[in-house]
Design a protein around this ligand. Structure first.
Ligand code: FES
Length: 102
């Protein structure tokens, strides 16, 4: 599955990702700047903040929602990329990255 990371300036970087992989892991594997993932996917650091159109992934659970309150400049589409698991039907999905990661 191909997903596309787009930074705050509109620069795009595509990544080939196996279904079942988290968006955070895909970013790490492709050395995408802007995803820090300090906690390694434990949903406890919020440095893997990204923006995704609502409805593409299941809604955030309570823990993710609480962590999203800590990010800089949250938006309706804010998500933690470590909680987003890529599916086969997501080819071409665009993940936007915040300008500042805490
Ligand atoms: Fe830490 Fe996602 S990697 S919250």
């Amino acid at each position: 599955t191909k997903i596309v990371f787009e930074d705050a300036d509109g620069n795009r970087q595509a990544a080939e990702v196996d279904a079942g992989t988290s968006v955070m892991q895909a970013a790490m594997d492709s050395s995408v700047a802007g995803i820090l993932a300090d906690c390694g996917g434990g949903c406890s650091c919020a440095t893997c903040h990204c923006f995704v159109t609502r409805g593409v992934f299941p809604d955030p659970d309570e823990i993710e929602s609480q962590m999203l309150e800590c990010v800089l400049e949250p938006e309706v589409s804010s998500r933690l990329s470590c909680q987003l698991i890529v599916r086969e039907d997501m080819d071409g999905l665009v993940i936007k990255l915040p300008r500042n990661q805490i």
